[in-house]
Design a protein around this ligand. Structure first.
Ligand SMILES: Nc1ncnc2c1ncn2[C@@H]1O[C@H](COP(=O)(O)OP(=O)(O)OP(=O)(O)O)[C@@H](O)[C@H]1O
Ligand SMILES: [Mg+2]
Length: 365
């Protein structure tokens, strides 16, 4: 078990600064997921923690000790990569044992650790095979096994499932989550798949351009995204966004004017914005109701319908070149070309400033 903290961590490659003073603290046993678009610095941050990349400025602290100058092999961490990085000429057994032999661990202890990891990962039958005789999922299990046998204080995963097909990814996702429950270790997991982030994390760290945009439990980020970027990144399909302006401010919320579409009231505070201020209204596809309600109802023209059986998605156009996606549980007879009323419940509407940061207005209640 181990705690980890990053203190004003900076990384520069030559002149190029890619991590800009990141602060983060991770509790012992936490499953933390780094998410963000390609190039935002997820792998760089993980590699710095692992000791595979030097620190330009700031500190990495593991269990209270600054480890900036400690080599990777002595940090007590183990990393699992996207590409497995197995030794092709060695058997599964040898791949699992190799790191332990290198530190001259007694043979009986190596055998015990390898068997234990193999049992845990259900690869006991495969120990004599070479990596090329394994499926993608089995290879990834071996790569994870190689991390487990080292009994690290912290596991680091860099997109470990992105080479697997969709079905296997779901299965391995569940297995890694179960492994975390079982071992109880601190784990840091990098992905750009927000479904993995939502389902696995105790705490999600959303990164963009080398800055942390928000840190929190999955549902906290989903329900209360701090800004427009996080709102758009967390949740699938993406949150709908429409530009408008503040039309009225009252005790029970802010009414916004969406040009050509209508007026929508959101249960948020104005946070210093006045009438006329430009804003962006956000609402998730799952929160829009099909049908007219007392307030916040607008007309949408259905461009396309996706029938998934248990769910239906409507891709709609609004006046003024705006598009919205609407999710409905169950099945529908609505077809492309229909115009339908849709209602945007005030408590589910998010409003974002349009100035730098595009911060969310505070929510009431
Ligand atoms: N060795 C390097 N030299 C110069 N620039 C680098 C180096 N490694 C990474 N970068 C740059 O640092 C930034 C962050 O890269 P990083 O690999 O951490 O992104 P990432 O979030 O892991 O992206 P992805 O999702 O594509 O894996 C990118 O702009 C990248 O081009
Ligand atoms: Mg990466």
């Amino acid at each position: 078990m181990a705690t980890l903290s990053l203190d004003k961590l900076v990384k520069r490659f030559g002149e190029l600064e890619v991590i800009h003073g990141v602060d983060l603290s991770i509790d012992s046993g936490e499953f933390v997921v780094f998410v963000g678009p390609s190039g935002c610095g997820k792998s760089t941050l993980l590699r710095m923690i692992a000791g595979l990349e030097s620190v330009t400025d700031g500190e990495i602290v593991i269990d209270g000790d600054v480890v900036n100058a400690i080599p990777a092999s002595q940090r007590g961490l183990a990393m699992v990569f996207q590409t497995y990085a197995l030794y092709p000429h060695m058997t599964v057994w040898q791949n699992l044992a190799f790191g332990l032999e290198n530190i001259n661990m007694p043979k009986p202890e190596i055998a015990e650790r390898v068997h234990k990891a193999a049992t845990l990962l259900q690869i006991g039958e495969l120990l004599e095979r070479k990596p090329k005789q394994l499926s993608g999922g089995q290879r990834q299990r071996v790569a994870i096994g190689r991390a487990i046998v080292r009994q690290p204080k912290i596991f680091l995963f860099d997109e470990p499932l992105s080479n697997l097909d969709a079905e296997l990814r779901v299965q391995m996702r569940v297995e890694i989550a179960a492994l975390h429950k079982r071992l109880g270790n601190t784990m840091i997991y990098v992905t750009h798949d927000q479904v993995e982030a939502m389902t696995m994390a105790d705490k999600i760290v959303v990164l963009r351009h080398g800055y942390i945009e928000q840190i929190g439990p999955p549902l906290a980020l989903f329900n209360n995204p701090a800004n427009r970027f996080v709102a758009g990144f967390i949740g699938s399909p993406r949150m709908n966004m429409v530009e408008g302006s503040v039309a009225a401010i009252a005790e029970d919320g802010v009414t916004v004017d969406l040009p050509q579409i209508g007026r929508i009231t959101a249960t948020v505070t104005a946070d210093g914005l006045g009438v006329g201020a430009p804003i962006t209204l956000g609402i998730r596809p799952q929160h829009i109701h099909v049908g007219a309600e007392a307030i916040n109802t607008i007309q949408a023209s259905v461009r396309m319908v996706e029938h998934l059986g248990a769910d239906t998605y409507f891709y709609c156009d609004l006046p003024g070149d705006h598009a919205v996606t609407v999710h409905m549980a169950g099945q529908s007879r609505v077809t492309a070309g229909d115009t339908i009323p849709i209602a945007l419940p005030a408590p589910d509407c998010h409003v974002f400033r349009t100035d730098a940061g595009e911060v969310a207005l505070g929510r009431l209640g």
